[in-house]
Design a protein around this ligand. Structure first.
Ligand SMILES: C[S@@+](CC[C@H](N)C(=O)[O-])C[C@H]1O[C@@H](n2cnc3c(N)ncnc32)[C@H](O)[C@@H]1O
Length: 249
């Protein structure tokens, strides 16, 4: 399975009910207000934080590679009376009708791009879709290995139709050379005598600050700031979630 199709089918169905915390819209609202719109969220999924940003009157379009996630986003938008413009595309093959003053990802979705070649294509797409003087915001982190006691641990949630939804990590492989970690996740849906069980590899690919800066430069983007959760400049070896700001060179 292509990593861009991970959040489809049963994974998209379970994503909403199992989401423990929604993306905090604040940093992204502040970013758009500071730099200006229109804005584009890459990997907008089922609508957090895009829906809240739209509710605040900010002009934000969305892109996601999963039509199942976008269907959920559109349903939530309809329920909440929010108008949205979203595109079913992969961020490594972006081709949109307009340019944006701000382009951002909410949370570390960029680490779902499986290798440097795909990441470079996405950065080139970001560069091509930035309006004159625009800024991109890419959050990145280095994932920790899943601890042994978490392997096999099941999280459960209820589907709207009463089905029991379950997800657990079955196994994990980590490769420091390619900077990838693949966690085999088991998704289950049980309703009466009906059961579906699907196992999918969830891949994450990470970067040192230096590696990301070089990749961005190849795409014609300069890293203008790297900040931590509190908006403070981040030390070079920080593995927590950091916000990289990028501008055309
Ligand atoms: C972890 S979800 C985050 C969704 C949303 N921002 C949230 O916090 O609820 C990541 C999203 O990125 C999308 N995605 C993964 N790879 C992608 C790609 N190559 N291009 C566009 N979207 C992608 C997935 O389909 C999924 O909806």
């Amino acid at each position: 399975m292509d990593p861009a199709d991970f959040y489809t089918g049963i994974v998209a169905e379970i994503y909403g009910p199992l989401k423990s915390v929604s993306q905090d819209p604040e940093p992204y609202a502040a970013f758009i207000q500071q730099i200006g719109g229109p804005a584009l969220e890459l990997g907008c999924g089922d609508g957090d934080p895009l829906l809240e940003l739209r509710r605040r009157g900010l002009e934000v379009d969305g892109v996601d590679s999963s039509s199942d996630m976008l269907e959920r986003l559109r349903r939530r938008a309809d329920e909440q009376g929010i108008r949205v413009t979203v595109f079913h595309q992969r961020m490594e093959a972006l081709n949109l009708p307009r340019r944006y003053r701000t382009v951002f990802l909410a949370g570390p979705t960029f680490t779902l791009l499986p290798d440097d070649t795909t990441a470079l294509a996405a950065l080139r797409g970001i560069r091509a879709h930035l309006a004159e003087g625009g800024t991109a915001l890419v959050p990145l982190f280095t994932p920790a290995p899943t601890s042994a006691d978490q392997i096999g641990r099941v999280r459960t949630a209820a589907a709207p139709d009463g089905a029991e939804l379950r997800v657990s990590a079955v196994a994990e492989q980590r490769d420091e050379t390619t900077r990838t970690q693949t966690t085999l996740l088991r998704y289950e849906r049980h309703h009466g005598s009906d059961s579906t069980v699907v196992e999918r590899p969830w891949l994450m690919h990470w970067y040192s600050q230096d590696q990301f800066e070089k990749l961005a430069a190849t795409a014609g983007l300069a890293v203008t700031a790297v900040t931590d959760q509190d908006g403070e400049p981040a030390p070079a070896n920080d593995t927590d979630l950091l916000h990289f700001r990028l501008q055309a060179m």
